[in-house]
Write a protein of this length. Structure first.
Length: 263
């Protein structure tokens, strides 16, 4: 098992070239295969898992919202973190920090990583798995926000993105039935050999109609979780909503916390 790497925390003061170099270093350190202590079976049946002596893991969802100044410009990030165990919310925390750089595709962790790390520091429980609203290995340099944060904290992590940043599906992803997945492989836009498996398009929900379709989620390893397991976990944690429950709850909490600042 690796060790936490606070020295690799995102620094928005770096140049773009330095940021990209750091991401490549993080990708080299990241473990894109299963390396965790909890029992994945505890996700599907936490009561049975507890009876067997295997406590369900503490799973954390992370999402972001943004606050605006008097000029209507986004100047602060509100990072929302919701910890769950056995399907129940056990803790909710958030942190508000200044935004120091604009959004740049592929460099999201340098804009939002600091706020997320600040929010995670507020937790009193230790996450055993973190799900991020963003990419993991499905990234130009194989180091999206889920990978960057996972390596810095050395916590198993998964990226759950709503759109495909890079790579290509091995099959058509239109109108996939619920519960299905399609492999995403590296293409020329990814720092990996062409055809490398970097994640999955995962269909958590689908309309029962030929005229309406729900797009898949793009799920990838962050750190210490393999791609197949990441897809399995997201499918297991998705209830009646598209997003896996920890991320959905974090998204909901982010909106709730944001209202406190808009009163």
């Amino acid at each position: 098992m690796s060790q936490p790497r606070p020295d690799l925390a995102p620094d928005p003061g770096l140049s773009r070239a330095e940021m990209e170099t750091l991401q490549r270093e993080i990708a080299d350190i990241a473990v894109f295969e299963d390396d965790f202590a909890f029992d994945p079976d505890a996700l599907s049946n936490p009561l049975a898992a507890t009876a067997d002596g295997n406590e369900p893991p503490v799973i954390v969802g992370v999402d972001q919202s943004f606050l605006t100044n008097a000029d209507g410009e986004q100047d602060r990030a509100l990072s929302a973190v919701v910890a769950t165990c056995g399907g129940e919310v056990i803790e909710r925390v958030h942190a508000v920090t200044s935004l120091e750089i604009p959004y740049i595709p592929g460099l999201l962790s340098f804009r939002e990583g600091g706020p997320i790390l600040a929010a995670l520091e507020e937790l009193s429980v230790d996450p055993e798995l973190i799900l991020f609203d963003g990419s993991g290995r499905i990234h130009f340099r194989q180091a999206g926000i889920a990978t960057h944060m996972g390596v810095v904290r050395d916590v198993p992590s998964i990226g759950v993105a709503k759109s495909l940043l890079c790579g290509r599906p091995r099959e058509d992803t239109d109108g996939l039935p619920a519960g299905s997945r399609v492999a995403i492989e590296a293409n020329a836009r990814v720092d990996a050999p062409d055809g490398t498996l970097i994640g999955y398009a995962v269909q958590t929900r689908q309309y029962d109609s030929p005229n309406r379709h729900i797009n898949p989620l793009y799920v990838s390893s962050g750190h210490r979780v393999g791609p197949e397991t990441a897809a399995d976990i997201v499918l297991e944690l998705a209830t009646s909503y598209k997003l896996p429950e920890p991320v959905r709850l974090a998204d909901k909490y982010a909106d709730e916390a944001k209202r406190e600042f808009n009163q």
